[in-house]
Design a binder for this molecule. Structure first.
Ligand code: HEC
Ligand code: HEC
Length: 332
């Protein structure tokens, strides 16, 4: 009996601590980022002619090129299509830090969708939003477009919005979540470095992988060079980041790739002030003993297990990602 009472009190105290902990994070506010912009976004996604034929088929127009990443950001199990369009006669250029210099006029798009049934994709999909990054006058601009119910077009949504999504996963289980379409300020919270907007997935190491193009398997960077979209350099000059889902890679490589793509846009020394005060640096290239991971192993695990982190961008827990990070941290 006594034991039961102690146990109840224990649970009560634990709950209070856990709740106050969550409240602490609820109080953290994303600052109002008043970054300069250089384009006025069109009201309708169709103005950008990103797709040809039925828009819902997500068939890119000829001037948009597919970009595939080795490791990706988890967003509530959504599938994503990433495309790039460059102005005629221009190229992406390699910068020494492994990022890409894009010409003015570049459009990067990312479309989020769910298959109704992952076991049989011919049963259709629901497209939720298409996010755009457009570079003009050396400044990146962000906006997202929410797709309509009939999936014929999408309209500008700068204020963010929640929408219920449901799907059947590969195991045949029904899933649903209140998917969050980010507002403009949330885009900027992630897509910034030293108080300017930047793309995040288009690092050369994340594009340095084998892809299928026109029925052939080849290196994606070599392919982009062959169609004139990337300047000429030896692919052997650049490193690569592993696919964190690919278990043939080491646990350390996979764990660090996950943290890079899912956490490092905020947890790096060039992010916004409240986060940088935490002194984490989860970027892939940062030596392990400078990431802050070794000193805060329990805090990182807790933040993930309590769904406090990632701070924004998801409404469901990435169970596989969580297992991976915990296994990696426990191995240190
Ligand atoms: C939680 C952080 C986060 C938020 C919020 C976020 N993004 Fe991103 N975004 C990323 C990361 C990380 C990538 C690269 C990895 C990937 O695509 O899986 C990315 C990729 C992209 C890309 C593809 C080009 C690139 O940068 O690699 C576009 C376009 C984009 N985001 C636009 C937006 C827009 C517009 C918003 C707001 C409506 C937004 N993002 C909100 C983290 C975020
Ligand atoms: C959109 C930005 C953003 C992203 C993405 C993000 N974080 Fe955070 N993180 C924050 C902020 C803001 C705080 C600081 C809150 C505060 O003031 O204590 C924080 C704090 C933390 C803390 C400290 C928790 C504590 O108890 O003190 C840990 C650990 C952490 N983050 C881990 C992660 C991990 C792991 C990921 C990726 C899965 C991640 N974060 C992704 C913004 C972010």
């Amino acid at each position: 009996m006594k034991k039961a009472i102690f146990c109840c009190i224990g649970i009560l105290i634990f709950t209070i601590i856990a709740c106050s902990d969550n409240d602490r994070f609820d109080e953290v506010e994303i600052p109002d980022f008043d970054f300069p912009s250089s384009v006025v976004f069109e009201d309708s996604l169709s103005s950008y002619s990103i797709f040809q034929g039925e828009p819902a088929d997500l068939n890119p127009s000829t001037d948009f090129q597919l970009l595939e990443l080795s490791s990706i950001l988890f967003t509530d199990y959504a599938h994503k299509q990433r495309l790039v369009k460059l102005p005629v006669g221009t190229q992406m250029r390699r910068l020494n830090d492994g990022s890409i210099d894009f010409p003015d006029g570049t459009i990067l798009s990312k479309t989020f969708y769910y298959y109704n049934d992952e076991r049989d994709i011919t049963l259709g999909k629901r497209i939720i939003e298409t996010r755009l990054l457009i570079k003009e006058n050396d400044i990146w601009n962000v906006a997202t477009y929410q797709w309509n119910e009939t999936q014929t077009n999408a309209v500008l949504e700068l204020n963010g919005r929640d929408t219920q999504v449901s799907w059947i996963d590969v195991h045949g289980n029904s899933n649903s979540t209140l998917y969050h379409i980010p507002d403009e300020n949330e885009c900027i919270a992630c897509h910034q470095s030293n108080s300017t907007m930047i793309p995040l997935g288009t690092k050369l190491r994340n594009l340095n992988r084998i892809v299928e193009r026109n029925g052939e398997s080849l290196n994606q960077i070599n392919y982009l060079q062959s169609v004139g979209m990337m300047d000429d350099f030896q692919v052997s000059l650049i490193s690569n980041i592993v696919d964190y889902n690919d278990e043939t890679n080491t646990l350390a490589e996979r764990g660090r790739a996950y943290l890079d793509l899912n956490c490092s846009h905020c947890h790096n020394p060039t992010a916004w002030e409240v986060v940088t005060e935490r002194d984490f640096d989860f970027r892939y290239e940062t030596p392990e003993n400078q990431t802050g991971i070794l000193f805060e192993k329990d805090k990182i695990k807790e933040a993930l297990l309590d769904s406090e982190m990632p701070f924004i961008g998801t409404t469901t827990l990435d169970l596989e990602g969580l297992d991976l990070v915990i296994e990696y941290i426990d191995s240190l």
